[in-house]
Design a protein. Structure first.
Length: 201
């Protein structure tokens, strides 16, 4: 459905970029429907010490960092905690880059119409960091494409891109990306690597 909506956009899409790990299976299907190139933009959220699900920021492939300092403060995180979390997450991004991109050079984004795909938008921090990093590569159009999103988050992200495409927009709290799926499985890093290897084989 997401691919079909993107296919109807005026001007079309030249490239689909997946945000791993959860965005990879979605992006693979979208790229297949559109018949366009696929690649990966590695971005990782900076998670809370007590859970791998909740995040208070994110780090992108080029070192771009965005923090929700208010949330970090409310959670009792010290500056030292935050610094260590950023270093740890940056290391994770570098490792994922090596595994998922390998020796492939970055595709030229200048003047291209690019769809950035993830499995959904909750806080939006990961996507906002991805957008900030990708803007530096000067695409003609940057479109965020997700199957589901919290409406407030989608509006925030939409202010930073040419369009947000989202077939399943939700307004209620608490919001969980998984709740929009008929079948939900956590996508591991190994799963994402395997899917990308199959695509590029």
């Amino acid at each position: 459905m997401l691919g079909e909506v993107l296919a109807s956009l005026e001007g079309g899409i030249d490239l689909v970029l997946a945000i791993p790990a959860g965005g990879v299976p979605v992006a693979v299907e979208v790229a297949r429907v559109l018949g366009v190139k696929l690649d990966v933009a590695v971005v990782s959220k900076i998670t809370m010490p007590y859970t791998t699900e909740a995040g208070y920021g994110a780090v992108a492939f080029d070192g771009t960092v965005r923090l929700n300092r208010g949330l970090a403060k409310r959670s009792g995180l010290s500056e030292n905690n935050i610094t260590l979390d950023v270093v740890r997450t940056t290391s994770k991004v570098h490792r994922r880059q090596a595994r998922m991109r390998g020796a492939r050079t970055w595709p030229a984004l200048y003047g291209q119409r690019v769809a950035v795909v993830d499995d959904g938008l909750a806080s939006g921090f990961t996507m906002l960091v991805a957008v900030e990093a990708l803007r530096k590569k000067e695409p003609e159009r940057l479109i965020v494409a997700v199957p589901t999103a919290l409406e407030d988050t989608a509006r925030t992200v939409a202010a930073q891109v040419e369009a947000v495409v989202c077939p399943n927009l939700r307004t209620h709290h608490p919001f969980a990306v998984a709740a929009a799926y008929r079948r939900w499985d956590d996508v591991s890093e190994d799963d994402a690597v395997r899917m990308l290897d199959e695509w590029f084989a």
